[in-house]
Design a binder for this molecule. Sequence first.
Ligand code: SAM
Length: 296
Amino acid sequence: MFDAKARYVRGLFSKVPLEYDILLGLLSFAQDKRWRAYVVDQARPMPSERILDVATGTGLLAADFARAISPKGYVVGVDLTLSMLETARWRLQSKGIGDRVDWVLARAENLPFRDDCFGSASISLALRNVSDAQSTFREMSRATGPGGVVISLDFARPRNRVFQLFYYDYLLGIFPLFGRMISEAWGRTLSYLGRSILRARTGEQIANLLREEGIADAVSVPLTAGIVCAVYGTKRWHTSLALKRAKRLGGTGQSGNNSAGEEDESEGEKNDSSYQIQQPSGHSHQIVVGDCRDGY
Ligand SMILES: C[S@@+](CC[C@H](N)C(=O)[O-])C[C@H]1O[C@@H](n2cnc3c(N)ncnc32)[C@H](O)[C@@H]1O
């Protein structure tokens, strides 16, 4: 199906991967490290767990997770922009942690993984960018095992009116200007960033989306004067059961249920917690195009 937003977003991010990490650090005054540390803390990854990082970009958060779950666990980073994944793979390999992460080219709204196969799932600075936030959370929740944390970190609008004056000037004026000084592509990306933040959901709206997808106790926590907001909760135990029951009765209406659904279910029953990817020592470090859930 043609998705104009996905196409637009891919076009934006495909031209900026190399400078992305440095610019994020500069524009956030190095706060981005603190935000990622917060996400990793809240996800409470166990040393041998598999973690899913959706819209992983250049793999900044995937890298932090990979360090937190070493040596036995591993991370799967998903993105729809190939050049971002290529940069992520190269960056993590050069840091010596490339063998702890797999990269999958896929859309957040249709994740090519089995039910319940990750310990936790994250999406960072990207919920505004996906075409369908509800389907994205549905898929993240589906792929996360019961008891696992689903977490979104994203830019938000600060509440304090005085701070807003200063912040919106920075966001809508200085950001794009600064971007244009670097390149036309960055000018476009940073002006899109400002516009998308003005339209962003509030933390409470995001928490409601999570609750609708079976994430209990979803809370929203503003960070750095509210310019970003972390929203997270735990997947309920009965969400997985309800999902399986609905599938048995003939479909869940999920965007992630592709034509391979029948086969997925039967295999999923046999080996529910299996992500069916080779362990890090054996994998090929290729970027996998995620178009199937069986076997992958
Ligand atoms: C601002 S970057 C965030 C990267 C990273 N998560 C971080 O925290 O730095 C947004 C990323 O979301 C990806 N993206 C946007 N829409 C997506 C979708 N529907 N499915 C998968 N990835 C998507 C883009 O390709 C881009 O790499």
